[in-house]
Write a protein that binds this ligand. Structure first.
Ligand SMILES: Nc1nc2c(ncn2[C@@H]2O[C@H](COP(=O)(O)OP(=O)(O)OP(=O)(O)O)[C@@H](O)[C@H]2O)c(=O)[nH]1
Ligand SMILES: [Mg+2]
Length: 611
């Protein structure tokens, strides 16, 4: 059977998963309502976090034509999960680049397209969501072409095929004026344009892993592309290390004949069908297969039948840009709500995470007792927040410090810091204030364009300046703006960044929060806690819009104040509290604070909880 290997790439929310789901549905692999976003956090947030494989068969067996297997990787669009995309691209033959017919190319569109073009892939472009009222598919097609040119696409890449789609309704067409009732035009384009996966089946098998997973019974699993030969379950294989370093700067991608790292037996092989994995006995060159039995396999490793086979070119991953310290919780409420609370338990959990979370790095600080806890490096706030969210759902309790950007020195000893490109879509009247906020934070305006009744502002800004800005942005635009960012490069450190500083409202009493007290406090700022919850001394219960920290007593009851004006009634009207979750807490916290994270609560507190 012929095989096609593709990945679907795009900016966040441009419809990758919806289209993948529709492809599975049309080919009869899944029933109505089944989605690739199967992880609990993905379902909750409506975004993809992990790159995932599926396979569909087309045309159907009863069509009389030869059936082709199409292996598809659905990738996440959020820039924090860019490493999920990078490692996939090496292992497929063509990308479907999705672009929203209204929004047009966005920051992550550029990132994933750039990576694809660099690898020599020839994309198929899908202008998606053409049903949207403000869709402008022809214009967006032009913009995509410009982006290809700007990124230095070669002639062959520039000659891309464009498909127009309404992924949600499972419809694709080659021309906007075409009638179409399903995705057949897209499936036919894939068969026609994507090269059939090749590889010499007679050579000793050589595979490379590009994605990892974990199974409680089988242990670590690796998703691999088979480049040569045939592997069977039960085969004894050698594993050669691909990436010695976890960053592209340190990685060396030249093939070597290095000695195998270890030998192991493939206990099971799986192929994909819809959202399921199905056990199989063998996989041949060109195919994508999931393997079990190699406990220390990692991304980019070469798996080979012959002991002296060459390694495949390694897979490079961009470096982390921010860090946070993970510590044992020592708040006055420590140990009340968590099941796993000790330093050893947290460390073991993080060690497990490192096995499969490629963009992540950790320093245990064993030799550095002055640093409290473990330093966890990630690709962005969301990347680390998702890890923390998973941990808390598993029963962990811990506290974490404020996110810091990674500052490093270049070869000449010059201090360097990460920079991001921020793209903002806002209405005309808000553009000015957004620009001034971002330039205050050392952003440099690179362009402002009028698009479909909005201003599209592009600014390059140190990651440091962007930290903590998203919350502000939502307030400034009343939730009506779109902001996305992506890491561009390390640049020279720009010096101090002044941010509008909020003070924290800090409880100086322990006890139950009373509505009466909050009624008074809400005049001073925004509250994080509801009446009835217990707080401790040093807990941050809200913020004050102006100035310094404010020490307050949220437990103060009415009986202590008898000076109420005659005629005032007793009911208390409280504004909605700003409920902290991990990401919101990261946005609002300051350097002298910790976030306390337990299965039940997310609290913000001063590092020193007693004055
Ligand atoms: N109008 C319209 N909306 C669509 C279409 N396809 C998807 N959507 C909506 O777009 C939103 C995002 O869709 P997803 O498929 O989750 O997007 P994604 O690209 O997988 O997002 P990430 O994986 O998080 O990057 C959802 O609310 C979909 O219902 C479409 O063809 N038309
Ligand atoms: Mg998705």
């Amino acid at each position: 059977m012929e095989i096609r290997n593709i990945a679907i790439i795009a900016h966040v929310d441009h419809g990758k998963t919806t289209l993948t789901d529709a492809l599975m549905r049309q080919t009869g692999m899944t029933a109505e309502g089944v989605t690739m976003d199967s992880n609990a956090l993905e379902l909750e947030r409506g975004i993809t976090i992990y790159a995932k494989n599926t396979s569909v068969y087309y045309p159907s067996r009863d069509s009389g034509r030869e059936v082709t297997k199409i292996n598809i990787v659905d990738t996440p669009g959020h820039s924090d999960f860019g490493s999920e995309v990078e490692r996939v691209l090496r292992s497929i033959d063509t990308v479907l680049l999705l672009v929203d017919a209204q929004e047009g190319p966005m920051p992550q569109t550029r990132f994933v397209l750039k990576k694809s073009l660099e690898l020599g892939l020839k994309p198929i472009v899908i202008i998606n969501k053409i049903d949207k009222a403000a869709a402008r598919p022809e214009e967006v097609h032009e913009l995509v072409l410009e982006l290809f040119l700007e990124l230095g696409a070669n002639d062959e890449q520039l000659d891309f095929t464009t498909v127009y789609a309404i992924g949600r309704d499972g419809i694709a067409k080659m021309k906007l004026s075409d009638e179409s009732k399903d995705l057949t035009p897209l499936l036919e384009t894939i068969l026609r344009e994507v090269p059939a996966a090749s590889g010499d089946k007679n050579l000793p098998a050589r595979l490379q892993s590009f994605n990892l997973a974990y199974d409680n019974f089988l242990g670590r699993l690796a998703v691999c592309r088979v480049y040569e030969g045939i592997v069977k379950s039960g085969d004894v294989v050698y594993v050669k290390k691909g990436i010695s370093a976890k960053s592209s700067a340190e990685a060396d991608d030249r093939p070597t004949q290095a000695k195998p790292e270890f030998r192991g037996k493939l206990t099971k092989l799986f192929s994909f069908e819809g959202t399921k994995r199905v056990e199989t006995d063998m996989a041949a060159a060109g195919d994508i297969v999931m393997i079990a039995g190699l406990p220390t396999i990692y991304i980019g490793d070469t798996i080979c039948q012959s002991e002296d086979a060459e390694t495949l070119p390694s897979i490079n991953i961009d470096e982390p840009t921010i860090s946070m310290n993970f510590l044992v919780n020592d708040s006055p409420f420590a140990g009340r709500e968590g099941k796993f609370v000790t330093g050893r338990q947290i460390r073991e959990r993080l060690e497990k995470e490192l096995e499969i979370n490629v963009g992540l790095k950790i320093e245990w600080n064993d030799e550095n007792p002055a640093i409290q806890g473990y330093t966890v490096y990630g690709r962005g706030e969301l990347h680390i927040a998702i890890l923390l969210e998973n941990m808390r759902r598993e029963g962990f309790e811990l506290q974490v410090s404020q996110p810091h950007v990674i500052i490093k020195e270049n070869v000449n000893g010059v201090k360097m810091e990460p920079f991001e490109e921020v793209t903002v879509d806002v209405s005309d009247e808000l553009a000015g204030s957004v620009i001034s906020r971002l330039t205050e934070r050392r952003g440099i305006l690179t362009s402002v364009k009028q698009t479909h009744g909005h201003q599209r502002i592009v600014i390059e800004i140190p990651t440091r300046g962007l930290l903590g800005y998203r919350g502000q942005f939502i307030v400034d635009t009343k939730g009506n703006g779109i902001l996305s960012s992506r890491f561009i490069e390390f640049r020279e450190f720009v010096g101090e960044i002044k941010k509008t500083s909020y003070g924290s409202m800090v409880s100086m009493e322990k006890g139950k929060v009373l509505a009466f007290a909050l009624d008074n406090l809400q005049q001073r700022g925004t509250l994080y806690v509801d009446p009835g919850v217990e707080v401790y001394v040093g807990q941050v219960i809200g913020n004050v819009s102006k100035g310094d920290d404010l020490f307050v007593n949220p437990t103060k009851g009415k009986q202590l104040t008898n000076m109420r004006a005659a005629g005032s009634d007793d009911s208390v009207y409280l504004a909605a509290t700003y409920k902290l979750d991990i990401e919101k807490a990261m946005e609002v916290m300051s350097d002298d604070e910790f976030i306390e994270i337990t299965p039940k609560s997310v609290r913000l507190r001063k590092k020193v909880t007693r004055k």
